[in-house]
Every structure is written in structure tokens, then in C-alpha cells.
Design a binder for this molecule. Structure first.
Ligand code: B16
Ligand code: MG
Length: 224
């Protein structure tokens, strides 16, 4: 049996809070202005993907990838962010997903390190509004990450900052690209959501409510 894990590295959007929905609404508003249809199924492709890369995926989907200069693309991304920033103004501690606060408290008490690996440049603002900043030993600044998920960079940066080797970390993600990033970082992965999109995770839980120390310790220690 494996030793105990030493750290949990959380994704933000879709794991700690449901900002994934706000990202979707903001992209939908922008894409409607561009005459590109966007639905929830297509939106799955954008989860965990950086702002500029998400825009490229949407433009390609509408066959409009060659219609804009780089500067115009940057303006479009800024516009989407303005819609998003407006939506996240409503966030309060009530927007923590079920079970997350209790889980953070449990980890803290057990002296397990806690970090965040989000691609969002709004991660600090959102975490602050949720009132859980004090639980995190480190939050990776997305502006310092060169390669978006599914690249493992953001998870490796988080582990390095808290001085825990990747094999002693558990990563938690709601996005397919995020689960791939955790694997390629050499960590144990827990997917939150649908088995169909997250089947490559070591474990899939339907809801954050199922996250507790006893369960994940058992899952991690009995894994290969
Ligand atoms: P921003 P995560 C990701 O956050 C989101 O899943 C993705 O939809 C978003 O485009 C990306 O952050 C960048 O966010 O535009 O706020 O910088 O899931 O890695 O926490
Ligand atoms: Mg996410």
C-alpha cells in the first residue's frame, strides 16, 4: 500500500465553484455577437483551456479563424472577459460547491498541503470572493503559465511551489483537459462530473459532496 498523500491540488472553475457556467455564458454572449452558435456540449471543449486558446477554438468552430487580426482577437478576448468579470461580481461564499468548505477544513486539520492550479487569470478574485483564500498554501498565477491544460505545467508549478513531489499529490478536475494535465504531471487524478468525459481519471466522483479525507485516502492508497 502507498504512503499517505501530502497535497491536494484543486482546479477552480467547476471544482471549487461553478464559474464554469459563467465562462459559458460570457463566451455564449460573445459568440452570438459573432454569429457563431455555441451550446453546452461544445463548451466542454473550452473547460480548462486558456482565454486566447478558447477564442481560437470558437472562431474555428464558426469557420471565422481568418477573419480577424491578432489585435482584433485580443479585443474579442478582452470583451469576453468583461462579460465574465461582470458575472463573477455576484460571487459570495454561498457559491462554494457542496462539501468543498468541509473538505478544505479537513485537509487543513490533517496538515495536508492545499494548492490551486487554475488557468484563470481571475482565480485570485474568485477565491477571495468565495472567502477561502486562507486555506491555500499556494495559488498558481495563470499569467506565469506558458502552456494551457492539457499540458501539465500548471499542476507541476503548483506542486513545486508547495515542495511536494507530484506522485504524492492528488489533483482534482472537472475538465477532460485538466485530468490529462494531472496524469501527465504524474499525480493521482480525481474527476468531478460525468464518467463519459472524465473516464481517463483514476477516480470519477459525481459531485464535490463526495470528497472527504477518508474516501480519497483509501482511493489513493489502494491505487497502483
Ligand atoms: P480567464 P480552470 C479555466 O479555469 C476555465 O476552465 C476556462 O474556461 C477559462 O477559459 C480559463 O480558466 C481562463 O480563464 O479567462 O478567467 O483567464 O478550470 O483551469 O480553473
Ligand atoms: Mg475547471
Amino acid at each position: 500500500m502507498k504512503n499517505k498523500f501530502e497535497a491536494v491540488i484543486f482546479d477552480l472553475d467547476g471544482v471549487i465553484t461553478d464559474t464554469a457556467e459563467y465562462h459559458y455564458l460570457a463566451w455564449k454572449q460573445l459568440s452570438e455577437e459573432l454569429g457563431i452558435p455555441l451550446d453546452r456540449e461544445f463548451n466542454e471543449k473550452l473547460k480548462g483551456i486558456s482565454r486566447m486558446e478558447s477564442l481560437e477554438i470558437i472562431l474555428a468552430h464558426g469557420d471565422r479563424q481568418n477573419d480577424f487580426t491578432q489585435q482584433e482577437k485580443e479585443e474579442l478576448a478582452t470583451k469576453k472577459n468583461a462579460y465574465y468579470v461582470e458575472l463573477i461580481k455576484q460571487i459570495t461564499p454561498d457559491d462554494l460547491l457542496p462539501g468543498i468548505l468541509a473538505f478544505l477544513k479537513e485537509l487543513k486539520e490533517a496538515q495536508i498541503k492545499i494548492a490551486m492550479a487554475s488557468m484563470s487569470k481571475n482565480a485570485f478574485t474568485v477565491t477571495n470572493s468565495l472567502g477561502v483564500m486562507e486555506y491555500f498554501d499556494h495559488i498558481v498565477d495563470a499569467a506565469t503559465v506558458a502552456k494551457s491544460k492539457p499540458d501539465p505545467e500548471v499542476f507541476l508549478k503548483a506542486a513545486e511551489a508547495i515542495s511536494v513531489s507530484p506522485e504524492n499529490c492528488i489533483g482534482i478536475e472537472d475538465a477532460a483537459a485538466g485530468v490529462t494535465a494531472i496524469h501527465d504531471a504524474g499525480m493521482y487524478s480525481i474527476g468531478i462530473g460525468d464518467e463519459k468525459t472524465l473516464g481517463h481519471a483514476n477516480t470519477v466522483l459525481q459531485s464535490t459532496e463526495q470528497l472527504d479525507l477518508k474516501t480519497i485516502t483509501q482511493l489513493y492508497q489502494t491505487s497502483k
